[in-house]
Design a protein around this ligand. Structure first.
Ligand SMILES: C[S@@+](CC[C@H](N)C(=O)[O-])C[C@H]1O[C@@H](n2cnc3c(N)ncnc32)[C@H](O)[C@@H]1O
Length: 262
């Protein structure tokens, strides 16, 4: 078993092969999108990584896969959806197709509306073992409503109205999560595609318990690892580019939020 609470520098398929089966509670990760960036000329094997992730995930474990398509010859590639369907073919549930929305997206002024979001596929090995959702206030909290369905048959078979209920203070949040993007607030961190710290934190808090083991096989600047540490989870990060490994180790060593864009 690889040493825990550490970023391991190397190819993720090789490193995943060193893990025993069913040892990971949660994966929060974002692979390179199509061939938009090579991060120093490195490549990766989607089919190998997907197979290994399925192998190392515990029953009830979850994979959060953040991805988007390149546009080639005027058409989106559709590779994100192909990847999602492949995870399904491997036997994982496509538990939820969530959206990661960028509050401050970059305008590219093409001949279409600006790209404002990325997929955030949530795969699970059976039913997710942990679900501690974010909540949002109900607009009509405290007001009375008629339940659904409006009419039902009582014990005597007579149609009658259901009892009035009072609307709760809050409800489970919607599956579009919006974040500020960009690394300016994170000082000297030089990674071109960090995801927001709050995205990693929210998914780790939702799909895992303290003490669980969280993996990011495309660790980059170590956002997932840092959030996992902060939330009291164990972590493993795999990253092929030694420069990014060094950045991640530095970030993880920092004490608390510091300059993080939360
Ligand atoms: C989209 S970035 C991830 C950024 C990360 N979420 C963060 O917040 O910094 C993808 C990362 O995958 C790494 N990568 C590419 N091929 C890899 C491979 N075969 N094994 C391990 N990491 C790889 C790249 O170097 C890059 O840092």
């Amino acid at each position: 078993m690889l040493e825990l609470d550490k970023i391991h520098c190397g190819d993720n398929c090789d490193l995943l092969g060193q893990l025993p089966r069913e040892c990971i509670d949660l994966v929060v990760t974002s692979p390179p999108y199509d061939d938009l960036r090579t991060y120093g000329g490195h490549s990766w094997d989607f089919f190998g990584v997907a197979w290994q992730l399925k192998r190392v995930l515990k029953p009830g474990g979850v994979i959060v896969w953040v991805v988007a398509d390149a546009t080639k010859d005027g058409s989106e590639t559709g590779s994100s959806m192909e990847q999602a369907l492949h995870f399904k073919r491997l036997g994982l549930n496509l538990h939820d197709t969530m959206i990661y929305r960028k509050a401050n997206y970059t305008p590219l002024t093409h001949n279409r509306y600006e790209q404002e979001w990325e997929y955030c596929f949530v795969f699970s090995a059976g039913k997710p073992r942990v679900f501690a959702p974010k909540k949002t206030p109900c607009t009509y909290a405290g007001q009375k409503t008629w339940g659904e369905p409006n009419m039902y048959k009582d014990n005597s078979g007579n149609l009658t109205r259901v009892k009035q209920t009072v609307i709760n203070d809050d409800k489970i949040a919607g599956n579009v999560f919006t974040y500020e993007v960009g690394s300016r607030k994170t000082g000297d961190i030089a990674h071109p595609a960090m995801f927001p710290f709050a995205l990693a934190r929210d998914h780790i808090a939702t799909w895992s318990n303290p003490g669980d083991l969280v993996l990011d096989p495309f660790s980059g600047s170590g956002t997932t690892a840092k959030a996992a540490k902060e939330l009291g989870r164990r972590f493993l990060g795999f990253e092929i580019n030694p420069e990014y490994c060094a950045i991640a180790e530095r970030r993880i060593a920092q004490q608390v939020l510091e300059l993080e864009a939360v």
